[in-house]
Each structure stands twice: as C-alpha cells, then as structure tokens.
Design a protein around this ligand. Sequence first.
Ligand code: ZN
Ligand code: ZN
Length: 367
Amino acid sequence: MRTFDIVDNGGDLWYNFDMNNVRSVPNENNDDGIIISSASNVFYLCGYDCGGDGTIVSSNGKTVLFTDRRYTEEAARRVNAGVEVKDGGLPEIAAFFRENGAKRISFEAEAVSCAEYTRLKDAISGVELVPTLGAVEKLRAVKSSRELARIADAQKITDKVFEEILPLIKEGITEYELAAKLEYAIRSKGAELAFDSIVAFGTNGSSPHAHRSAAVLKKGDLVTMDFGAKLDGYCSDMTRTVACGYVNDAQRSAYGAVLEVNTLCVAKIRAGMTCREADSLARERLKIHGLDGYFVHSLGHGVGIDIHEAPYLSQRSDEVLTEGNVVTVEPGVYLEGLFGIRIEDMVVVKDGCCIDLTGSDKDLIIL
Ligand code: ZN
Ligand code: ZN
C-alpha cells in the first residue's frame, strides 16, 4: 500500500531527537494526495500546534503545512523534517495540488464540516475528493517511545499535584476553590490542563462528569477529583476519590469494590485482549459486589494528544489492544443522591501485561 510519509525528527524545541520515526499515513484509496485538517492530527504529523488554523497537504512526496503569519515563523523552526511551512489557505492548497498533478485527494471526513467541504470543492474544482475515516487516529493509537515518555512526564506532574492538593482538602472549601487550586498547581509546573478538571463533593459525585459548583465540603463527603496535566502536547488523566472526616459502611465497601476492580484490570489488561473483554472484566467483578448496575460508563479510553482517543474500552468495541496503546482504567460506581466513587489510572499496554503510569496512592485516604 502506498503511504504519505513524514519523518518526525522532533523539531528543535519540542522533542529530544529520536530520528527515523517515520509517520506513514496509509493511502488506502491509492489517491494522489491527502488533506489533513484535524488539529490533533496536524500536530501529530508535523509536531507543531497551529491552534486549529493549520492544514497539512501531501502529494507527490511533498508535504506542506499551510497556516497563517501568526504561526509560520514559529512553525518553521519546530516542524518535523520533510514538512515545508507556507503562509496560505484554500487558494494556495488548490495550487499545491494542481502543481503536483493530483486528481483524487483524500480528506478527513470527520474533521471537515459541510460548509468547509463545499468551499474546498469549489476551490479545487476538477479534483475528486475522497473521504477517509480514522487513518491518522489509527496511527496515533500506538505510541512511540518518545510519546510514551511525554505522557509519563505529564502523569508525573499530575501525581505531584495530587500530593500537593491533599492537605488543602478541608471542611469548608468549595468545589470552585479546590478546582482552581488544582489547576493553578498544574499550570505553575509548566503544563497545560489536559481538560477542565472535575471536582465533585458528596452527592454531586454521583454524576460521573459533574460540573463544579459552589458546594461546600463537609465531613462525611467523598471528594472525586478527575484531572490531568498536558505536557508538550500530550495528556495525562487520573481520578482519585478521597474522604473528608470519615466514611460510612456503604462508602467504604463500595470504595473497596472499585479499588478491587481497578487493581484487577491493571493486572489483567494486555495486548491481544479485545476492548470489550477488558470492559467485561470490570463489569463482571463489580457484579460479584452487586454494584454493576451503578457502573454507568465504559471502563476507559485511549489518551494521547487528545484526552479521549482510540482505543475505547467499551462493550461497543471489537478492537484488539496492541502494544503501545495508552488507555485509562477507570471503574466507578454512582449512587444517585448518595455518592460516587471512581479510581482512574493510565496504563501502557504491553505484550503479556500493562504498565501503570499512575503513581498516586489508590488506598482510601480519609482527610
Ligand atoms: Zn479522567
Ligand atoms: Zn478518563
């Protein structure tokens, strides 16, 4: 199969070099060119984040990042080997394909809106546009050693933030305040937020993705914190649930069950297992505790440039886990009107095992 090849040399600021890391986008339709519009895929292929205002085009062995003057100077210094940076938009993109004699071009169906498609079609009339799905996302699901190192470094920051934040979790603090402190701690370590942190106290915790509020922490509340640092373009993701003051029997036993499931899945997940099997592992073990009905989401998701990316550990996925996948393992139980508990680690899938990148303590912490 033909491919569109880009050599990732790391750029001069973003990476330590690891030469000959060729990123080959499969050219399944044997087209004459490809347009990459997804911001995350642009970053993955060229090593530079144009904040959504960049397009990679490749044809006839040439690859160009078209962006605008806000980015061209910095981009030229940082992009991977083999990528040329040019100031331009649709007319220049059309000219690029014309110059290279391209007649059939792949485009990312999920990254192009209907309006953008119409504009593209008008700009490069006479050229056939062929939709592709997930070509780059499939590559991104398997991480290189350098990507793994970055994700691990992002998680180290997340672990450090958790350690620093624990003494601040006291009766009287609000969800807003705790979230702000968490996010300040992440940013002050030179990282970005991988996503808007979730901080939920007491009954708010029964919504897995609760929005933070002015709720005040009181004794007997569980505190769910789901957060992650993003470092050099790569995310980390962790959830810990801790208790304020004391726990009741129901909270303690549910916590024990979720921890058991988390530990079991981290011990069992390996390359060759299907995503559905991984999810079932968690569901079946929670069933033994009579809690499977309260596990209202899937077991986990891939993490990388995006906080949620392939593969997805769910009942709906036949995908097989492969070495180099980074996935979360996040069993949880959510009892409406009472509490929620989630324990989320991030692991690297290997042959025969997985490696837990999360260093934070998982035993029940009562503050
Ligand atoms: Zn999370
Ligand atoms: Zn997650």
